[in-house]
Design a protein around this ligand. Sequence first.
Ligand code: UN1
Length: 499
Amino acid sequence: MKHSEILEKCGFSIDELKHGGLAVSTPIDGSEIARLEMHSVAEVESMVKKSRAAFAQWRSVPAPRRGELVRLIGEALRAEKANLGALVTLECGKILQEGLGEVQEMIDICDFAVGLSRQLYGLTIASERAGHSMRETWHPMGPCGVITAFNFPVAPWCWNAALALVCGDPVLWKPSEKTPLTALAVQKICERAMQAFGDAPADLIQTIVGKRDVGEAMTTNPAVAVVSATGSVPMGKAVSLEVSKRLGRSILELGGNNGMIVTPSADLEMALRAVVFSAVGTAGQRCTTLRRLIVHESVYDELVPKLISVYENLSIGDPLDDATLVGPLIDTAALDGMEQALTQARADGGVVHGGAQALQELYPDAAYVQPAIVEMPGQTDIVCHETFAPILYTMKYRSLDEAIALHNGVPQGLSSCIFSTDVRETELFLSAIGSDCGIANVNIGPSGAEIGGAFGGEKETGGGRESGSDAWKAYMRRQTATINYSRELPLAQGIKFEF
Ligand code: UN1
């Protein structure tokens, strides 16, 4: 499909993509596909005001009715899956299967949120006083600002937005400046859904186009009650500082440096398949990408050479082509980052397999690479650093305790997994002295999480949880009510206060 055709199918007219200071290019060949007007800081201030006005109405709409809007958004996404999936591929370079998978995550979280809209349950609590009852109620919080990264340009927005909307919070979206088109396409879809809904408040869902300054204008505004940010650790630290300065609430989903432990009892065929998908998928640009493979010394020589030969035959190329498994990196800066990491790994004694730039003649302005496997003598600093590229560091271990220590010995704590058929090993990995990550899998790679679980992790990953389970609570304020239905006024803690 032609690039312009993908844009047209997502509802863009050629004219609206011609003017403005933000140039958007496709990582497929590095060519410019659009120019967009950017919002100014003053415009963002007025958008936040409008969001606040939308909140005044939306919070009074019954939650199941709010769920109806999310149902309509989910339906519209179902209808647009093929078009939006292709735009994800065009704008961020992930292969079409993964572009479609990302839209599927949006649809799934909408379904989840619709059910949730009838289940925003609070507790009832036993009161210590006679004739008293206590209960917790969850109320809407206020406008929710969502910052998203280029590598998952649409799904993380939807994990946040679908929950925020049923929770009664309007949404302001600041997408990565590298992927504003997918955001604007989703905004168009939401606008159609809001029209079908009928009486959604104006400006319930808004998208901010621009760079860091407009993101900051949103983040620092005290009217934005919740800020949810996905991206790099430096970005997350900046957001967290700004939001805490005003004692706002932030939800952070930042870097990962995800590991897999392969034990002697592992099914190595399964492990191999899981490694390839999770290390090479999205060209190593998922926050859940497998970056560290920690293999027992007795099976290392069986697994790693096979892996190296699979890597030699991976199809690298145009991500819109069905046969491709590895698309481009987002830009040449990412390529530089990969090359620097490989140079450092070699200096640390690592043996690099693959890792060269690919398809340079065909795409001189793009950044295609052969995924790399680097056999490391130990977990040096570069292994502890998240390089957003397809580099898989391999290391050997002797005892499971040593493997777990290596595994946890990095600053990030997002996702993790163990391949083993020994229940003692797998349960230890999942126990309090096992993996220290927010996600811990058994016989599944670290990437490709389902939306039903809470998504996020500890340490430099930021501690936030999005998507499933009870992540919705972060988008609401909890109110504790104590109700006295007696004719007395006893004080708690048995305090006497007679006058
Ligand atoms: C991300 O890279 O920011 O588990 C999100 C996964 C996807 C989400 C990745 N469901 O890999």
